[in-house]
Write a protein that binds this ligand. Structure first.
Ligand SMILES: Cc1ncc(C[n+]2csc(CCOP(=O)(O)OP(=O)(O)O)c2C)c(N)n1
Length: 540
């Protein structure tokens, strides 16, 4: 007779499907195979990266584009140490990620008997990069623990969650458990009294300004409506780009530490900040203390974030979209258009004076990319082109532009994240901007993308160095040791990994390669060498 038992591993996969999970990023090992037994009974697609860090970064890119958690199946021990960096990256940028791993059997936990993949405590390992980490001591805990995980993703500040399943639990009977998703709480609405207070301040303000961050990505329509009603210029952080549409006249560019932005904040008699931590790493090249010309209103889903970094005069703990909708209603009638667009234009013009020479080259590159691949998602690494385009890129919609040049700042992030973005938004082109140094941290994921049929334009800026660090050393008169790196023949390497690859010689070739990338079924690697005729054409 066929075995009709359902193990906890199989059950977990069914439960994931009932929560809407459609993709899993994982590398199986002897400890996690029970999870794989369950996959064929679902519609979940499995993507196999070449390193667990790649799994985490792909899950991160998928999550940023969709707003849904990226889910990973990870082996005990080295799999968890490998993915810890990707969890750190996601933690820093409030990205939802669910990491399911195995762990040794209940009776062996923390015994140090030298078992396969054993760590003293995986939970201790990930405690600094997860909202929570749970050891599943009984299959019956799973419905509740999964509901708690998805509540972090849906209703709170999204961050990675880790669930580890002991080897004797992953094979335990779970036939009796319901695989239905639990009803989840909605997001918190704003306190009406705080909204009234904020509305009164903003209505009275003559020169209001808005700062919108990644936490406001799903509140774009509401924020655009408030900006119009108040005639307020808007600064979008990197993760907030796309909240106003490209070309919106109230868009301010640059970064908050540039003098024109510092001056504008100081001249604003009320500042409305939504879903932003005012992260210092965005303040390039150097963070500055911010001063505000009037009351600061902060809206954030995480109450603790509101009292972190800057003191808010009106702190509002609430979901950005709900709070912005209430605020918009409380603001009443629109004021006649006045100075908003002119203030934003003046800032944009003044910012131009603070852009460094490479911004011209990379700005042109971004223009060509946008022309060839409109509406692309753009995932970037920590590299010169990314620092540059961060200063002025206007994303076509929210959840379309993100990179590791700020925050946790992990090299190698951009490539797998771009693949995850393509999986999350299959009908949009996907672009990765990465340096020769960063690419060599995760280049093996090109093979995963070929296998999974992921089309992405991978634009490599090759200066044969850890360029940013080399320049940093030079500025401080420190010997430039360890920063000139051997770079392989990227075109040959990419082809060997199954990609299309070229080194365009002209702007026209660059544009046609970019356009072709979206029609292919594998990544298209496009190498631009610093100092090449193409780089010169971009700079001209
Ligand atoms: C995991 C990790 N290791 C080291 C660093 C330090 N780091 C920051 S930028 C950088 C240079 C990156 O070189 P490349 O990707 O070629 O970009 P470039 O600066 O040359 O444009 C290094 C080594 C880091 N951010 N992350």
């Amino acid at each position: 007779m066929a075995d009709t038992r359902l193990t906890t591993g199989e059950y977990l996969v069914r439960l994931l499907e009932s929560y809407g999970v459609e993709l899993i990023f994982g590398i199986p090992g002897v400890h996690t195979v029970e999870l794989y037994r369950g996959l064929p009974a679902t519609n979940i697609r499995h993507i196999t990266p070449r390193h667990e860090q790649g799994a985490g970064f792909m899950a991160d890119g998928y999550a940023r584009v969709t707003g849904k958690p990226g889910v990973c199946f990870i082996v005990t021990g080295p799999g968890m140490t490998n993915i810890a960096t990707a969890m750190g990256q996601a933690y820093a940028d409030s990205v939802p990620m669910l990491v399911i791993s195995a762990v040794n059997s209940r009776g062996e936990l923390a015994m140090g008997q030298g078992r396969l993949h054993e760590l003293p405590s995986q939970r201790n390992l990930v405690s600094g990069v997860a909202a929570f980490s749970h050891t599943l001591l009984d299959p019956a805990q799973l419905p509740e623990v999964m509901a708690r995980a998805f509540t972090v993703f849906n209703s709170a500040r999204p961050r990675p969650v880790h669930i580890e399943i002991p080897l004797d639990v992953i094979v335990a009977e779970a036939q009796h458990l319901s695989a239905d998703a639990w009803p989840l709480p909605g997001r918190a609405a704003a306190d009406p009294a705080a909204i009234e207070k904020a509305a009164a301040i903003l209505k009275a303000a003559k020169r209001p300004m808005i700062v919108a961050g990644g936490g406001a990505a799903d509140a774009a329509a509401e924020i655009a409506a408030i900006a119009e009603k108040l005639d307020a210029p808007v600064f979008m952080t990197i993760n907030g780009r796309g909240i106003l549409k490209p070309g919106d006249p109230r868009t301010m560019t640059g970064n908050l530490s540039m003098p024109p932005l510092l001056e504008e904040l100081a001249a604003s008699d009320a500042v409305l900040a939504i879903g932003t931590e005012f992260g210092e790493t965005e303040m390039y090249p150097e963070p500055k203390a911010l001063t505000f010309g009037g009351p600061l209103i902060r809206i954030d889903i995480d109450p603790a974030q509101i009292v972190t970094g800057l003191r808010a005069d009106v702190p509002i703990a609430a979901d950005a979209k709900l709070a912005a909708a209430s605020l918009n209603a409380a603001l009443g009638d629109a004021r006649p258009a006045g100075e908003g667009a002119a203030r934003a234009k003046a800032v944009r013009e003044k910012v131009a004076a603070f852009l460094w020479p490479a911004c011209r080259t990379h700005g042109r590159l971004m223009e060509v990319i946008t022309r060839a691949l409109p509406d692309a998602t753009v995932a970037g690494d920590q590299t010169e082109p990314v620092y540059a385009v961060n200063q002025f890129y206007q994303a076509p919609q929210p959840r379309s532009f993100f990179n590791s040049s700020t925050g946790y700042g992990t090299l190698g992030y951009g490539l797998p994240a771009a693949f995850g973005a393509k999986l999350g938004a299959p009908n949009r082109p996907s672009v990765c901007l990465i340096g020769d140094g960063g690419l060599q941290f995760s280049v093996q994921e090109l093979a995963s993308a070929v296998e999974a049929g992921i089309a992405t334009a991978v634009v490599i800026w090759n200066n044969a160095s850890y360029g940013e660090i080399k320049a940093f050393m030079a500025e401080r008169d420190i010997p430039q040791i360890g920063v000139d790196i051997f770079t392989p023949d990227f075109v040959g390497l990419a082809k060997a990994l199954g990609c299309e690859a070229s080194r365009p010689a002209s702007l026209a070739e660059l544009e046609s390669e970019l356009a072709a990338s979206a029609k292919r079924k594998v990544p298209t690697v496009i190498e631009i060498q610093a100092g090449s005729p193409l780089a010169a054409a971009l700079t001209a």
